[in-house]
Design a protein around this ligand. Structure first.
Ligand SMILES: C[S@@+](CC[C@H](N)C(=O)[O-])C[C@H]1O[C@@H](n2cnc3c(N)ncnc32)[C@H](O)[C@@H]1O
Length: 446
């Protein structure tokens, strides 16, 4: 695909995301599948879409003094795309960016729109974008310079203080590394790394899971061993499997399991013995768990569609040795991979999600055996969904406590992190370059 067409594809994706017509990562994937782009084009498309979307509010601030009238959404996105390239990418000179943007504007909207776009971009090139230093309120400035909604930055500052909020917002602007988990029953991590390095991959072992590998370069999806031996998984998520404390032969409930990253990890830890009852609300998603288990050769997983708020009709109380509740959440820890989330979620959404999480925890916890362990996790950094929820649950249920051995069993690298508290571990993306993630392990005493 010629570069100009890549930019057109980027514009179409941005417009659809802006209109609420899809998620950027899925739309990029669709475009890649549709056009069979080469590696360079895929890189450029991803960079343009993520970069522009990640910086949307900063770009709007830069554009504001140059556009006094209302413009159509596609023209606005076209201008954001152009300013993003002018301000953040060094590869293409400004005159080429302006030329291509004007051509796209003419093709899509006619000569008039073309000359409007030309005028705006040439003015920006001449006078430069406005300085962010002109914003006096530090929270508002942080919100605009890192393109997060102000209410969200206020929330982060309230929970964690300005410095942690600032590091997190900045880290959210940068791409995250790819990491994979090795199917340890098929191949050891050392052998897998040897093979990948031989095939030209640049790698690092994970410090959070002995099964984890950080892939610094190379396309792991196309590797011949991918299907049967690797699962793409953030290192923070691998920590869940590591902390489940499972043994072969146990009965485990994975209450929210799709697409099965953590289920299959737990199954590997159980040496493919015992049984994991893996539920998901959606039948299609439960199928994904089944397929993933099949690809990895794991037979101790039973994937089923079901609402985990109603499992008491199928199981007696005190049935499971271990329960994982990897709850549906706001996803505020994964903004690097899914920038759309920061513009779409509201405080009310978070509050509603926290009630679902609470309902799920209330419903699955009676199914745990005495002395059984329950891991609660989310990929968010919001206290209402994490620490506050656990605190309230423990206040109500004196049969549960945070497992006293949880802290000791954590990997050394997390033991000094600021997010470790008596309620569990809150990982921030800036800590170890993982997703923002929360996990804790409860134990049932009576
Ligand atoms: C965070 S994702 C789980 C990710 C998964 N544990 C993994 O590691 O691959 C949450 C999942 O919960 C499912 N879910 C939401 N509400 C549910 C409910 N009431 N019962 C069962 N599953 C639910 C969603 O469909 C979603 O797939």
């Amino acid at each position: 695909m010629a570069q100009k067409t890549v930019r057109e594809a980027a514009l179409n994706i941005l417009l659809r995301v802006g209109q609420g017509g899809g998620y950027s990562h899925l739309l990029i994937q669709q475009e890649i599948d549709k056009d069979d782009l080469n590696r360079k084009d895929v890189g450029l498309l991803t960079e343009l879409v993520y970069g522009t979307l990640q910086r949307r509010d900063t770009l709007a601030f830069y554009l504001a003094p140059f556009v006094r009238k209302r413009v159509k959404p596609w023209v606005r996105w076209l201008l954001y795309l152009a300013i993003y390239q002018m301000e953040y990418l060094e590869k293409v000179p400004d005159h080429a960016i302006i030329y291509e943007s004007v051509e796209m504007a003419k093709k899509k909207g006619g000569k008039g729109v073309g000359s409007f776009v030309n005028g705006v971009l040439r003015n920006i090139q001449r006078s430069g974008v406005p300085s962010l230093e002109s914003i006096e309120d530090p929270v508002e400035r942080l919100a605009i310079e890192t393109s997060h909604p102000k209410w969200l930055v206020e929330r982060f500052v309230k929970w964690y203080g300005f410095d942690v909020a600032r590091s997190m917002c900045y880290r959210n602007l940068h791409a995250k590394p790819t990491s994979v988990r090795v199917q340890s029953l098929n191949i050891t991590r050392d052998k897998a790394m040897e093979r990948l390095q031989h095939d030209g991959f640049e790698l690092e072992p994970s410090s959070l899971s002995p099964q984890g590998i950080i892939v610094k370069s190379g396309n792991i999806f196309r590797h011949p061993l991918f299907k049967e031996s690797f699962t793409v998984q953030d290192e923070s998520s691998m920590l869940v499997g590591e902390m489940m404390d499972v043994k072969p032969g146990m009965f485990v409930l994975d209450a929210c399991s799709a697409p099965g990253g953590k289920t299959t990890h737990i199954a590997e830890k159980m040496k493919n013995e015992g049984k994991i009852h893996a539920y998901d609300l959606h039948v299609k998603k439960a199928k994904l768990v089944e397929e993933k288990a099949k690809d990895l050769g794991l037979t101790n997983i039973e994937a089923k569609q079901g609402d985990s708020r109603n499992l008491d009709q199928f199981y007696d109380t005190n049935f499971f040795d271990r329960i994982l509740l990897d709850a549906p959440c706001s996803g505020l820890g994964v903004l690097r991979g899914k920038p759309d989330i920061k513009y779409q979620k509201s405080a009310e959404d978070i509050h509603n999600l926290a009630s679902i999480q609470k309902e799920l925890l209330e419903s699955v916890s009676p199914l745990l055996k005495t002395n059984g362990k329950l891991v609660y996790s989310t990929c968010t950094v919001d206290k209402e969904e994490n620490e506050h929820l656990i605190k309230a649950f423990l206040l109500k249920h004196d049969e549960f406590t945070v497992d006293p051995t949880f802290m000791d069993e954590l990997p050394e690298v997390v033991k000094t992190l600021p997010g470790l508290s008596e309620w569990g571990l809150q990982l921030f993306p800036q800590d170890l370059n993982t997703d923002g993630f929360f996990l804790t392990r409860l134990v049932k005493r009576k």
